[in-house]
Design a protein around this ligand. Structure first.
Ligand code: CA
Ligand code: CA
Length: 303
C-alpha cells in the first residue's frame, strides 16, 4: 500500500498538544519539484513531510526553534527523526542522536534518541515554562545520504482542553507492514494524519474488527473525532472504510455512530461520561476499489 507510516506512540497521559505559532531554523535544504524541506513541515501533523537542514555534511550544530506565541508549560516532547515518507527515506536521511533543547530563559537540557523508526518521547526533567524551544542537533545517526532530517515534533503540556489522543491503542488485527511503513493500531490515535491502522483479517472486509483506545486515566469524554479510511484521496477510495460503528465505554454505556463516506475528519458528540477506555466495533464497511482492508487514519477524543 502506498502510505507512509509507522508510529508506536505512547502519548503522554493527560496531555494536550501545544500549537506552534512559528518555526524558524538555521537552514533548510533546497526544495525539489516534488517536495519542500522547510521547517514548517515539523508541525503539519504529517510524517510524509520533513524539515531537512541545508548545511554541508550532516549539519551538526544546525537548529530549529518553535515559538508558541506565549509561554506554555511543557512536560514532554515527541520527535519523529529522519524522513518518514517511507522506509527508504527513513534510511536515506541522518536522524538526530543527541539534541540540546534550549528554553527562553537560556537553560538547556540534552536528550539522547534511539536509532529506530519509532516516535521518541522526550520527558523533561521537570515541567518547563517557556515561549520558545530551540533544538540544536549535536550528534546524528548517519543516513545513506549526507543530510539530517526530522519529520515532526509535538510539544505537550498538562492542560486538558481540546481533543486528545489515546495513551495506547489495541486492535483486533493489523495488516502486515510493507515498504511504506506499518499499519499498527497505534497509528489510529497518534496525532498524525498520514499514519493509519488497517485490519489484517484476510477473511473479512473488516466488519466486526475493532479498536480499543485506552486513555491511561479516567477523563471526561463528550465526543470523538474520526478520520475514517486512508488519509489521501487516491488511497481513500482504494481501501475499505467504516460505515457504522458501536462505541462501548468503560462505564458500561454505549453509542452507535454512522459515518459519512468522506476523507475529512467527522465529529460525533454525545452526553459527557467519565471513562478510561472506549472500544469501537466496526459494524458496517464500504468496500474499497483496490485493497480489502478496513482502515482508519485518526481518532481523537473530545473532553
Ligand atoms: Ca511533517
Ligand atoms: Ca494517525
Amino acid at each position: 500500500m502506498i502510505l507512509p507510516l509507522i508510529a508506536l506512540l505512547v502519548a503522554p497521559v493527560e496531555a494536550a498538544s501545544v500549537r506552534v505559532s512559528e518555526w524558524t531554523s538555521s537552514s533548510s535544504a533546497a526544495p525539489t519539484d516534488a517536495r519542500s524541506f522547510e521547517v514548517s513541515n515539523l508541525s503539519d501533523s504529517k510524517l510524509g513531510s520533513a524539515w531537512v537542514e541545508g548545511e554541508d555534511g550532516a549539519g551538526l550544530g544546525s537548529w530549529v526553534m518553535a515559538d508558541f506565541g506565549s509561554a506554555r508549560t511543557l512536560n514532554t516532547i515527541s520527535v519523529w527523526g529522519s524522513h518518514w515518507y517511507n522506509v527508504d527515506y527513513f534510511g536515506h536521511y541522518a536522524r538526530p542522536k543527541t539534541i540540546v533543547a534550549e528554553y527562553a530563559d537560556g537553560k538547556t537540557e540534552e536528550f539522547t534518541l534511539h536509532d529506530e523508526q519509532k516516535v521518541q518521547v522526550l520527558r523533561l526533567k521537570a515541567p518547563v515554562q517557556t515561549q520558545t524551544v530551540k533544538f540544536r542537533v549535536r550528534a546524528v545517526y548517519s543516513g545513506k545520504g549526507p543530510d539530517t532530517g526530522i519529520s515532526e515534533v509535538k510539544f505537550f503540556d498538562s492542560a486538558v482542553e481540546g481533543p486528545f489522543t489515546a495513551a495506547s491503542v489495541s486492535a483486533s488485527s493489523e495488516a502486515v507492514g510493507d515498504a511504506d511503513g506499518n499499519y499498527g493500531g497505534q497509528n489510529a490515535s497518534d496525532g498524525i494524519v498520514d499514519s493509519m491502522w488497517c485490519e489484517g483479517n484476510t477473511s473479512s472486509d473488516g466488519t466486526g474488527e475493532w479498536l480499543e483506545l485506552a486513555l491511561g486515566t479516567k477523563r471526561q469524554v463528550s465526543g470523538i473525532k474520526v478520520r475514517a479510511g486512508a488519509p489521501t484521496l487516491d488511497l481513500f477510495k482504494a481501501v475499505n472504510r467504516p460505515t457504522t460503528a458501536s462505541l462501548r465505554f468503560s462505564d458500561g454505556s454505549s453509542e452507535s455512530i454512522v459515518f459519512k463516506d468522506m476523507l475529512f475528519e467527522q465529529t460525533f458528540t454525545f452526553s459527557p461520561r467519565t471513562i478510561d477506555r472506549v472500544k469501537l466495533n466496526f459494524t458496517g464497511v464500504k468496500k474499497g476499489e483496490k485493497y480489502d482492508d478496513l482502515c482508519v487514519s485518526e481518532i481523537t477524543l473530545v473532553p
